[in-house]
Design a binder for this molecule. Sequence first.
Ligand code: MG
Length: 330
Amino acid sequence: MTNKALIAAAILSLFMTAIMGAQSWNPPGSFVDKHGQLRLEGTRLVDENGKPVQLKGMSAFWINWASGARYANRDVVETLVDDWGCTVYRLPVGIEPDGAYIQNPVKYQEMVKDMVEACLEEGIYVIVDWHAHDTLGFGKQEADFFKWLAESYGGYPNVIYELWNEPIKQSWSDEIKPYTQKIIDEAIRPIDPDNIILAGSSNWSTDLHLCAADPLNGRNIMYSLHFYAGTHTGWLMGRAEKAMEDGLPVFISEWGTSAADGGSNGDLYLSESRDWIDWMDQYRLSWCNWSVSDKKESSAALLPGANPLGGWSDGEISPSGRFIREMIRK
Ligand code: MG
């Protein structure tokens, strides 16, 4: 072949790779193929046809810890979709301590890329979670991260941005809201005008009343509500109901069947969890359960030593995991 023919063949091959790659993402019949670009209508999450949509799925565990990283792979996502029926997957990108994102951004961007693409291949939504309790000192790093994510995948309807997992004692109006608004306005929205963004609030993302009184500006912004069935009870449902009445869109990006410590003493609150699930169904609130991990705590969905490549038998899934799998499949 001549040089020109070689160049033409190379261009054609790149073009075909791009086309084939695009075809293998959000395959026909997959959940995202059916529902497409999500948006808000008032407080309701709706799909591209304007129909209300409720996402249900699992959150990974901190991917900077071994018990989370071990299960953050494509095979596990496939099991969660094909066997568990998940329509959303959450990826908690731990930013601290040593060895986590802030010290090693390139490593974790590779993991995020792999996992977002796994969700694109399976045709489900994916929440990329800046998993921090205090990120006020890391605005530059977070802005760079979400710019990269928006540039790479913001054109796909799959991606949902979660900007601050769980602030603790920071002030909503004086610290969390201005920080979050800046990430939205300066990092994400100039690149991706429409995908859903989740904002966290003080007291481990439970202070929805403060957000309702002083909300963020912009389109398609929701507020994460986190709860643990053994700790949080009807008072938090009531607070969320009032916030929704006041116009606040709510997304349960993390909840557990244990107490708020994750269940280090083995306690499980399945009856209370069922009440919360009924409540979330009543309001069509989307949720992710914490977590895909084999850590020795009762909120973990897997038992120690469960296969890192998914395809789990009942004997590899914890009581919490078996309950949640049933709740997602029903
Ligand atoms: Mg977009």
